[in-house]
Ligand binder design. Structure first.
Ligand SMILES: Cc1cc2nc3c(=O)[nH]c(=O)nc-3n(C[C@H](O)[C@H](O)[C@H](O)COP(=O)(O)O)c2cc1C
Length: 301
């Protein structure tokens, strides 16, 4: 019996542990350590229509139980990845979730259309600013976010996940996205934060503020997955500070069908694989399956 196998939007995943966008690049740096097909899936770094240089340095700083990053979504643009990393990744036999973003709904759709042949799922990063409708991120503007999802749905035949931000209310956005036809949700993206440099008397990060990730954000993430699960029947990919089987199981109880490991991979490149192995051992010792845990935290004792 495969205790970890899980269905997600019509796709069978051998285990529920995937990599988080921006923390595993396109997997090439890890392929000499283990076959990428052993992971539940690889979520790629964010891909935009045109190359982006990213934010000024420094881009990363440590925090208690986490880290702040302001990479600024640096990437080579969709055409470079369609010509190189994406076909390579598919050849590895891995399931692939391509993370896409842009400045406008048309941008998102353009990228989603181009990456579709290499994607099992499309993950739409709504946390970038809505350039034409002001500077509010799409993630906090239900109508703008819904417009993105409508365009992306038209541009791809792959299931579409909306990646939600914890920096504003999520339920009104989720409701608008469901009406727009979103297939599932992934959450959470990073929490906005800042550190100050006492010597320079300036913010540490070149971009001043950054996104907090790692164990520090796990309770926030579990709470938001739990809240969303009560309001939706669409499947959830949960993330935020996962670095052990116990962390992953907390997300499952809250309602996540899949979990992503992000920041933990920077300290240990084997982290996603280790979490899957530990999960297998944990469930084996109790004669249970991952599927038994999904949403089980909602049923009264
Ligand atoms: C260095 C870094 C880069 C990231 N880049 C992206 C990105 O390009 N697109 C995206 O949707 N999320 C990005 N994220 C957010 C992660 O995918 C994830 O949602 C978040 O870090 C919480 O998970 P964790 O605590 O396990 O890292 C990035 C996170 C980090 C730490």
């Amino acid at each position: 019996m495969n205790r970890l196998e899980v269905e997600f939007l019509g796709i069978t995943f051998p285990n529920p542990v995937v990599t988080a966008s921006g923390t595993f690049n396109f997997g090439r740096e890890y392929a000499h350590l283990y076959p990428l097909s052993r992971l539940g899936a690889i979520t790629t770094k964010g891909v935009s229509p045109r190359p982006l240089a990213g934010a000024p340095t420094p881009r990363i700083t440590e925090t208690p139980m986490g880290m702040l990053n302001a990479i600024g979504l640096e990437n080579k643009g969709v055409d470079a990845y369609v010509a190189g990393e994406l076909p390579w990744l598919k050849e590895q036999g891995a399931r692939v979730i391509v993370n896409v973003f842009g400045d406008t709904p048309a941008d998102f759709a353009l990228v989603a259309g181009k990456v579709s042949p290499y994607a099992d799922l499309i993950e739409v990063n709504l946390s970038c600013p809505n350039v034409h409708g002001g500077n509010l991120p799409f993630a906090h503007d239900p109508e703008a976010a819904a417009a993105v999802i409508r365009r992306v749905k038209d541009a791809t035949d792959r299931p579409v996940l909306a990646k939600l931000s914890p920096n504003g209310p999520i339920l009104p956005v989720a409701e608008a996205l469901e009406a727009a036809g979103v297939d599932g949700f992934s959450l959470i993206n990073t929490l906005l934060g800042m550190r100050m440099d006492l010597e320079r008397k300036r913010p540490v990060l070149g971009n001043r503020q950054g996104g907090l990730s790692g164990p520090a954000i796990k309770p926030v993430a579990v709470r938001l997955v739990y809240e969303l699960y009560r309001h939706t029947d669409r499947p959830i990919l949960g993330m935020g500070g996962v670095s052990s089987a116990e962390d992953a199981l907390e997300f499952a109880l809250a309602g996540a069908r899949l979990v992503a490991v992000g920041t933990a991979t920077f300290a240990d490149p084997y982290a996603p694989l280790r979490v899957a192995r530990e999960l297998e051992e944990y469930l084996e010792s109790r004669n249970e399956r991952w599927e038994d845990w999904i949403g089980a935290g909602h049923t009264p004792a």
